[in-house]
Design a protein around this ligand. Structure first.
Ligand code: HEC
Length: 118
């Protein structure tokens, strides 16, 4: 009786012997992204979601973290307006109070004692 060997089996068998990756098993690729600055501190305050929508396109939370911890509500209000007026940040005026509220309570003067902004 004539012995037939499936050519595909031969290929896989040889590849396995040679240890060729990709033929015998799927190659799993992982991509390591470089660390992307500072993340905005998650919060249940409504302004957090608005910061996610309005601020992350241009920069990380690094700028907010580097503001003085004593920065007042008025300070953040001026800062958010500046983002819009000077850098054309697409921030809806109606969203500004919530954003300022989140910023001052997370990074500024109204931060709860002992809370970390990092
Ligand atoms: C269109 C791009 C853009 C958007 C959107 C944007 N920023 Fe900025 N932001 C900048 C740039 C550019 C600077 C650097 C300003 C400088 O060097 O003077 C900056 C600086 C800052 C600073 C540092 C303090 C200062 O006044 O320079 C803070 C804090 C800040 N941004 C917060 C925010 C927050 C909060 C939002 C969302 C409400 C936001 N940014 C949205 C471009 C943007």
């Amino acid at each position: 009786m004539k012995k037939t060997v499936d050519p595909f089996f031969t290929l896989v068998f040889c590849a396995a012997l040679l240890g060729l990756p990709g033929v015998t098993h799927a190659v799993v690729k992982t991509i390591e992204l470089p660390p992307d600055g500072a993340v905005w501190q998650p919060s249940t305050l409504p302004g957090y979601a608005k910061v996610m929508q309005n601020c992350v396109a241009c920069h990380s939370a690094e700028y907010a973290q580097s503001q003085p911890p004593t920065a007042s509500r008025a300070y953040y209000d001026a800062m958010v307006h500046r983002m819009k007026a000077v850098f054309n940040a697409p921030i809806d005026d109606a969203d500004m109070p919530a954003i300022v509220d989140y910023l001052v309570k997370t990074y500024g003067a109204e931060k709860p004692a002992g809370a970390s902004s990092k």
